[in-house]
Design a protein around this ligand. Structure first.
Ligand code: UGY
Ligand code: MN
Length: 249
């Protein structure tokens, strides 16, 4: 049946809900055999970019314009950085500092989250290092002691790093214990399950495949619904003084 112009996607001043029926794919310079869904970008008001990269077998990314984080949703990527070859499959991730040249090539049809952010140096901090990991090897931590809501931190938490990437898994019925209102902005991709997301003064049904951008101070809350856990990957800027935040990613 015709959708008659209806969609769950919604753009407001302080948030974007972008559902798969509204995704538009684009090529980007330097990448071969890859199309990108650009979910968040400076054009939206975000200070980072978040994309889903859809690779054909053999497809490769171009050079990164800034520090880059990769999380594999499905398929297999070969990452070559600093003379070392890493193979990333579903749940595998990598962080490349802004000055690390590298190549990323898919050995089979693959999908990955790509997040890029201009680095904000911190006086006295060590230089950030390449991180390569597998989510399955990360210890989940109960959020505020709630075992039904588990957080896996994929980035190290130290002064060298200016953003955080976590996965959050909610058992059915689990919810954030508070409505958060904070200076950090978020990019969020729903990976599994679904529930209700409060964004600003709106409550949205959300499910796997949806993307959400939350501007700084966007009131936010999530509760998981259904018979299986809900899980999302979430970005936030982190550990930098707000007066030093740069305009544009
Ligand atoms: O890290 C966070 O701010 C996270 N709890 N926010 C969210 O899930 N919307
Ligand atoms: Mn938050």
């Amino acid at each position: 049946m015709h959708h008659l112009g209806a969609t769950r996607s919604s753009l407001k001043a302080d948030h974007l809900l972008q559902t798969p029926d509204t995704f538009i794919r684009t090529p980007l310079p330097g990448a071969e055999g890859v199309v990108f869904i650009v979910h968040a970008a400076p054009q939206l008001g975000a200070r980072f970019t978040q994309m889903t990269a859809e690779f054909a077998a053999g497809g490769s990314l171009g050079p990164a314009p800034a520090q880059r984080f990769i999380y594999v949703i499905e398929g297999n990527l070969e990452l070559n950085a600093s003379g070392r070859l890493h193979v990333l499959s579903a749940g595998g991730y990598a962080y490349l500092p802004h000055d690390v040249s590298h190549t990323v090539r898919a050995t089979s049809a693959s999908r990955a989250v790509i997040i890029e952010k201009r680095y904000e140096p911190q006086a006295g901090a060590a230089a950030p290092e390449i991180i390569v990991g597998d989510e399955a090897a990360v210890n989940p931590v109960a959020l505020m002691g709630d075992n039904a809501l588990r957080v896996c931190s994929l980035m190290p938490d130290g002064p060298a790093y200016d953003f955080a990437i976590n996965t959050m898994t909610y058992d059915p019925g689990a919810a954030l214990s508070m409505v958060e209102v904070h200076v950090m902005e978020h990019g969020l991709l729903m990976l599994e399950g679904g529930g209700i997301y409060r964004l600003g003064d709106s409550w949205y049904p959300v499910q796997a495949g949806d993307f959400i951008w939350m501007a700084p101070y966007c009131p936010q809350w999530f509760g998981a619904l259904g018979k299986r856990p809900a899980k999302y990957l979430i970005y936030k800027d982190w550990r930098r003084h707000p007066l030093k935040a740069q305009a544009g990613a």
